[in-house]
Design a protein around this ligand. Structure first.
Ligand code: F0G
Length: 463
């Protein structure tokens, strides 16, 4: 049995409001779960981002925060921790992951520049496309095959990567690659969009080798790098006896820089950063960081935020913590699988992903089965989850056609250090009830479609 390596010091009351109330609330929210008040949610599995429980050490580190605009002590601690854990010399603070994406892509992307990656996250995609960049997805096909039990579904298909690099880097592959040259390669570790699935160190090394051959820089989105490193230790035999800290440093060694949303593996409620190896790139990024995020010693965060990120980063890479965290996700994944829910396996690092298209075959893709399931879970049990399917995939920025997601997935994200096994057992119970009446789950149709990142703010009706 893997037990939580912590005990509870502070609690927050939660309550399941009656079903008639839930029906009213979801209707009022335009059947978009982002518009529900959290007090009307019983078990909140919408996201693992900024929703973790802070530790006593994180809370007490708030007291040593220094709110100076420039030269803040808190920034120095923040910077030192990142340099030590990740090994990059230059650190630019940002208010969250999106802030890092915005500064980074503003500086790097020229119109029609090509970005190659393993299914970048939706905000990352939106920032790249907003700057005129084009994304080529080279994720391995196992990532989209629900029957595959491949251990590293976040991996890049090296043949596809090689082909794309050959095709486009001839047209000027460098950090300034516009007009269809390759601007950079981006590895998202773990890969949220395909189920919180890890990327192996072997694959990272091979990817880096190809990037070097074609003189294209390699960056990572490291929102969940600690979970990725734990999976490397657990699933890649060569690293079985290595310390998490060493796996992290080895992983980072191959990258020119990283973008981080500290709201995930740094177990902070807010924060982010860019870290790079090259002084020249830092110099290019710095003025835009000041313009878009704030001075280089806070970047949109308060001193308190930087303290909690610094302390949280150290806690987030603790092996006992990671063992329990990933075991919780595995428990829910395997339990749902055992009652007949089509889930993506092996379990990812931060969430359970359900193939709602396969579960609710009576709902057409255009009526968004995964979103329909999210609505049903809220009505049945007050559980909040999120669609990772064709609503989130949005429209092609040029043709304006609806993009079809490879699978209509529903995500149950597990916040860090928040819920107990009993809460997860309750989720399983609610699923059993939904399964019994699955034919009665209704699809949805847009009543308002937001122009960008439409899953966040569109409205729907049931059909
Ligand atoms: N990259 C990845 C892989 C993410 O999962 C996220 C956010 C971001 C970047 C953006 O970071 O939220 O700090 O601006 N993911 C959240 C989620 C929203 O629910 O998965 P942010």
């Amino acid at each position: 049995m893997i037990l939580p390596p912590y005990k509870i010091k502070s609690v927050e009351k939660i309550k399941l409001i009656p079903v008639v109330e839930r029906l009213k609330k979801i209707k009022k929210a335009g059947y978009n779960l982002f518009f529900l008040n959290s007090r009307d949610v019983y078990i909140d599995l919408l996201t693992d981002s900024g929703t973790g429980a802070m530790s006593d050490k994180q809370w007490s580190s708030l007291m040593q925060s220094d709110e100076s605009y420039a030269g803040s002590e808190s920034f120095l601690r923040f910077q030192k921790t990142i340099q030590k854990i990740l090994g990059f010399p230059y650190v630019i603070p940002t208010h969250q992951g999106r802030g890092a994406e915005s500064v980074f892509n503003k500086v790097l992307i020229k119109k029609d520049g090509i970005i190659i990656g393993n299914s970048p996250f939706d905000t990352t995609r939106a920032h790249i496309e907003n700057m005129g960049g084009k994304i080529i997805d080279v994720t391995r096909k196992e990532a989209f095959d629900p029957k595959s039990l491949f251990n590293f579904k976040g991996n890049v298909d090296l043949k596809k990567l090689k082909r794309a690099l050959k095709k486009y880097s001839a047209k000027g592959g460098s950090a300034s690659g516009g007009k269809n040259g390759v601007t950079y390669v981006l590895l998202t570790i773990t890969c949220n969009s395909v189920g919180g699935q890890p990327v192996s160190l072997e694959n990272i090394k091979e990817t880096a080798k190809l990037c070097r051959t074609h003189k294209v820089p390699l960056f990572y989105d490291i929102a969940r790098f600690a979970e990725n490193s734990f999976f490397i230790k657990e699933r890649e035999i060569k690293y079985k006896n290595k310390k998490i800290e060493d796996i992290i440093l080895e992983t980072m060694k191959y990258a020119d820089g990283v973008l981080m949303s500290a709201k995930k593996d740094a177990i902070a409620n807010m924060g982010g950063f860019i870290a790079v190896r090259d002084a020249e790139l830092y110099q290019k990024l710095a003025p835009y960081a000041i313009l878009l995020e704030g001075f280089l010693n806070y970047g949109g965060m308060s001193g308190r935020d930087m303290e909690t990120v610094a302390t949280g980063l150290c806690e987030g890479i603790d092996e006992d913590y990671l063992k329990f965290r990933t075991s919780q996700v595995k428990y829910l994944t395997d339990s749902l699988y055992n009652i007949g829910v089509p889930v993506i396996r092996p379990a990812g690092g931060h969430a359970v992903f359900i193939d709602a298209g396969a579960l609710l075959e009576h709902i057409k893709r255009d009526n968004f089965p995964a979103h329909a399931l999210a609505v049903a879970l809220y009505i049945e049990g007050g559980i909040r989850s999120v669609e990772i399917g064709s609503i989130m995939a949005g429209r092609d920025p040029e043709t304006k056609e609806n993009r079809k997601a490879p699978r209509e997935l529903l995500r149950l994200a597990i916040p860090r250090r928040v819920y107990s096994k009993e809460h997860l057992d309750y989720v399983i119970e609610v699923f059993l009830r939904v399964l019994k009446n699955k034919k009665s789950v209704r699809g949805v149709r847009f009543t308002y479609e937001a122009p960008v990142l439409r899953h966040f703010s569109s409205k729907f009706r049931l059909i």
